[in-house]
Design a protein around this ligand. Structure first.
Ligand SMILES: Nc1ncnc2c1ncn2[C@@H]1O[C@H](COP(=O)(O)OP(=O)(O)OP(=O)(O)O)[C@@H](O)[C@H]1O
Ligand SMILES: N[C@@H](CCO)C(=O)O
Length: 293
């Protein structure tokens, strides 16, 4: 059995803890019952011995498998990881979603994507990464009574994501501690109205509106100050014609949404100006969680 989940870029500027979209960079896990437990990792994390012993996927998988079957069983897991860890591309959400989906598959229980999403909330209390990770596309999401309520928009092929990935991890829980404890009414209204406009722009496919709409006063500046080159990345993105350019999740990756025709020019500019950072041009993902039986 194989389960795969895409990387995600959350917040999208003002939509803190609410907006996110999926990009075509996937973590894939293959698994089957086995006499002995084993973990093999290819790609991201392959040189990290901690992931063989104390693996978030394995602990969530085991919890769910035991709850669903009332049995214990060893599995052989092979991970093919493309999503860099703690860089703002939703690596933890991908792991959480794939572990829950894999445990249900292993237990022989078919379950809806919405159910998997609600289970994922137990491990990640904000829905902006887990929702696009499960559903694909652009999503606006909120939580009511421990359930995710979301609306999804398919993203067209003529748009691309250009991501600039610094060689610096930013752990989400740590990155949340640099944020202000409270916001003024003025700034709250600013983010509320810009989030509303960002959502409307996505749904109406008014891409030219995004640059103005995707401005934020809640989190980006405080986080970008911990890696000031990110201000230059955003400047280069907008000078080169990006439609929107925002800190991806809690960082350190910077996400730009661009027209297909501009993608290679913008990616080349990033590569020239920021030779120490990894630059990737990605399609958007409209599938989310994929289970192959
Ligand atoms: N492939 C993986 N296998 C096992 N655990 C992983 C994997 N990827 C991520 N994790 C776990 O998730 C943690 C990273 O979560 P964190 O929320 O800091 O980053 P992120 O999800 O990449 O960023 P963001 O939420 O801002 O997009 C890692 O420290 C590790 O515990
Ligand atoms: N909304 C989250 C996304 C990262 O997981 C944050 O900005 O902290």
């Amino acid at each position: 059995m194989t389960v795969s989940v895409p990387a995600t870029s959350a917040n999208l500027g003002p939509g803190f803890d609410s907006l996110g979209l999926a990009v075509d960079l996937r973590n894939v896990v293959e698994f089957h019952p086995s006499k002995f437990f084993s973990v093999s990792i290819k790609g991201e994390g392959e040189n990290n011995p901690r992931l063989k012993g104390n693996n978030l996927f394995v602990s969530i998988f085991n919890d769910h498998y035991a709850r669903l079957t009332k049995k214990t069983q060893n599995f052989k897991f092979t991970f093919h990881n493309q999503i860099p860890m703690s860089r703002g591309l939703g690596s933890s959400s991908a792991v959480i979603v794939s572990a829950i989906a894999s445990a249900h598959e292993a237990a022989g229980i078919r379950v809806s994507k919405r159910r998997i999403l609600n289970h994922a909330l137990v491990y990640e209390s904000h829905p902006d990464n887990i929702t696009p990770a499960v559903m694909g596309g652009f999503n606006a999401a909120t939580i009511e009574k421990n359930k995710v309520f979301s609306q999804r928009k398919h993203l067209p092929d003529y748009l691309k994501a250009v991501v600039v990935i610094p060689n610096k991890q930013m752990n989400t829980s740590k990155s949340r501690t640099v944020l202000p404890k409270s916001y003024s009414k003025e700034n709250a209204i600013y983010n509320l109205s810009h989030t509303a406009l960002t959502v409307a722009a996505f749904f109406n496919e008014d891409w030219e509106m995004l640059k103005l709409a995707a401005q934020d006063r809640f989190h980006q500046k405080a986080r970008m100050k911990t890696l000031p080159e990110l201000f230059a990345v955003q400047k280069v993105a907008y000078e080169s014609g990006a439609l929107m350019s925002t800190l991806s999740g809690s960082g350190s990756t910077f996400f730009s949404l661009v027209y297909d025709d501009d993608a290679s020019m913008i990616a080349n500019k990033f590569t020239q100006k920021f030779p120490d950072f990894i630059v990737k041009t990605l399609d958007f993902d409209n599938n989310g969680l994929i289970i192959e039986r």
